[in-house]
Design a protein around this ligand. Sequence first.
Ligand code: PGA
Length: 255
Amino acid sequence: MTKLIAGNWKMNGSLAANEALLSALAGGLPTALSSAPCDVAVCIPAPYFAQFQALAATMPALAAVALGAQDVSGQSAGAFTGEVSAAMLKDFACRYAIVGHSERRQYHGETDALVAAKAQQALAVGITPIVCVGETLAEREAGTTTEVVKRQLAAVIHANGHCISEIVLAYEPVWAIGTGKTASPEEAQAVHAVLRAQLAAATEHASRVKIIYGGSMNAANAAILLAQPDIDGGLIGGASLKVADFLSIVSAAAA
Ligand code: PGA
């Protein structure tokens, strides 16, 4: 299947820095995508959605880059100060919304049930949720990796029923995020296979659900990770802010 490389800028950027990054990305993408197709997205801070749209209107190569959000409310509208609804993301033509990133779970107390509600809100307006699951170092060392990721995914399956085939699933071991430590290709593949099997029990379309890997994926390790049978792309944090590195990852996925 076509791979997905999604940048997660996190809380980084400015009008000037975004313009420089996106124009360099637009300049390099035609070459990076020359051998095979690859879906590319950038999940950027919500205040810059309008800037992205305006730049895309003047840079034709950005048509190959889908816009994504880093979060979405679990509610549809109303008195929820500070929240951004799925319908608002849709107004800016967001294609994706990350939900349940470990930083949201860890620093903002997001529960499995809330993450499932966020996925539901996104799906209801036709936005693809990129549902993140992953174990902490303590959980891995305790041998509970499978149990943790299955519990996290089960909540999303339970709330979304047959729509589950419309999600993108991201396996992001928490200990690998921003640390420079990557899961080995074998470790990542083993968890992806567990998740694929869990999806297969819920939908006959499990084979077409993209399961992407995140956690210190970079220009040097992308090709080997992406060569694993159940790794269908990457969710890229730090390396998505360095255009040359991000383009190398896209090239590896489009090989
Ligand atoms: P990283 O972040 O690539 O910097 O490890 C990945 C993520 O948090 O999505």
